[in-house]
Each structure stands twice: as structure tokens, then as C-alpha cells.
Design a protein around this ligand. Structure first.
Ligand SMILES: *[C@@H]1O[C@H](CO)[C@@H](O)[C@H](O)[C@H]1NC(C)=O
Ligand SMILES: *[C@@H]1O[C@H](CO)[C@@H](O)[C@H](O)[C@H]1NC(C)=O
Length: 173
């Protein structure tokens, strides 16, 4: 009886509540701009260090995001970078749950933390590096082969912003 109840709740959890990988992240990286910006992002592709397309992404090694964008703002020489992380699922429903980054990923100097500076005006292709390997405490929070949501919030001294949210299946090992 108990076993049946557990089985039924498991079936409900998977069948009616949770997609194990939301937004088709089992097979595809999903990304979207997540704040108002003078920079328009057209495409984002995850790559490994050799420049090969990579999916699932690996968070236990530096990750490279090849981004095609048009900057209609100013030349950005100096910016702050905050990275937010979420895991998926959990007991309190099928949703993104914010992971505590203990301030380690907040208000960093963008130019020395993966953003190629300066960002000139106009259309360009640039590579953003996301390297969590130096944050062992954060990698320790992550489970292998799960969907994660990563948001990078870039803020210039004049208040201009660029925010990109990526949802991806990630390997940790
Ligand atoms: C799925 O992606 C869209 C944008 O591509 C986003 O608006 C939506 O919130 C995402 N759903 C979840 C569950 O993250
Ligand atoms: C960005 O993508 C557009 C549309 O595919 C393309 O025309 C343009 O050449 C790309 N820009 C760069 C710098 O690769």
C-alpha cells in the first residue's frame, strides 16, 4: 500500500508536474535576454575550449558562449558582472530554485571575469567565458546531469545593462 502510494506520487511528479528538463533542455540550450538593454543579442552557442559546439554544457571546466550581438549603446570599457544560478525541480514544485552563491558571483569586475572588454558599438561576435571552476563551493552545490539556469547581469557605470539567461543541461563531472 505504502509502496503503491509512493509509486503513484512519483508518477504524478514526473507525469503531471515536472518536466525533468524544462524548455527542451534535455537536447537544446535555451537562452533569452532578461532585461532592457541597448545591446541586442541574436544568437548564443556554447563551445568547449577548442571551439566545438558543446551540449550538454560542462560546468566543471570553463564554458565559452559565442554571442552575436549589436551594441547600439556606447563603447563599454568597464562593467560589473553578477551571475545568478538556479537548479530545477525540488519538493516545492517544478520551478527554478535560486542557488546560494554566497556573494561570490556578485558585482565582479566583468572585464576580468569573462567579458571581453571593451564592447565596441555595432554588430560583432564575442566570446563570453563562464568559469565556475575557481568557485569550488558553488560547483559543490551542483548535481551532475541536471538542468540549470544561469543569468549573467552586466551593468555599466552609466546604468546601461545587458542580461542573458541560459537554461541548459549540465554535466559536472
Ligand atoms: C522557457 O523559455 C522561455 C523563453 O525562451 C521563458 O520565457 C520561460 O520562462 C522558460 N520556462 C521556464 C520553465 O524556465
Ligand atoms: C550575426 O548574425 C547575423 C545574422 O545571421 C549575420 O548577418 C552577421 O554577419 C553576424 N555577425 C557576425 C559578426 O558574425
Amino acid at each position: 500500500m505504502l509502496r503503491t502510494a509512493i509509486l503513484i506520487s512519483a508518477v504524478f511528479a514526473v507525469g503531471f508536474c515536472c518536466d525533468a528538463f524544462p524548455n527542451k533542455t534535455d537536447t537544446t540550450l535555451n537562452w533569452f535576454p532578461s532585461c532592457t538593454s541597448k545591446i541586442t543579442v541574436y544568437s548564443l552557442v556554447a563551445q568547449d575550449k577548442s571551439g566545438n559546439a558543446e551540449y550538454p554544457i560542462h560546468l566543471s571546466a570553463p564554458l565559452y558562449a559565442l554571442v552575436n550581438l549589436t551594441n547600439s549603446g556606447s563603447v563599454y570599457n568597464q562593467m560589473k558582472l553578477t551571475t545568478n544560478l538556479w537548479s530545477w525541480g525540488g519538493w516545492s514544485g517544478c520551478d527554478w530554485h535560486s542557488l546560494p552563491t554566497l556573494g561570490m558571483l556578485s558585482n565582479l569586475d566583468a572585464c576580468t571575469n569573462g567579458i571581453p572588454c571593451p564592447i565596441p558599438q555595432g554588430n560583432q561576435q564575442l566570446t563570453i567565458t563562464m568559469d565556475f571552476t575557481k568557485f569550488g563551493n558553488i560547483i559543490g552545490l551542483l548535481q551532475d546531469d541536471q538542468p540549470y539556469q544561469i543569468q549573467q547581469v552586466i551593468t555599466a557605470p552609466n546604468g546601461d545593462t545587458l542580461c542573458i539567461t541560459v537554461q541548459a543541461r549540465a554535466r559536472i563531472k
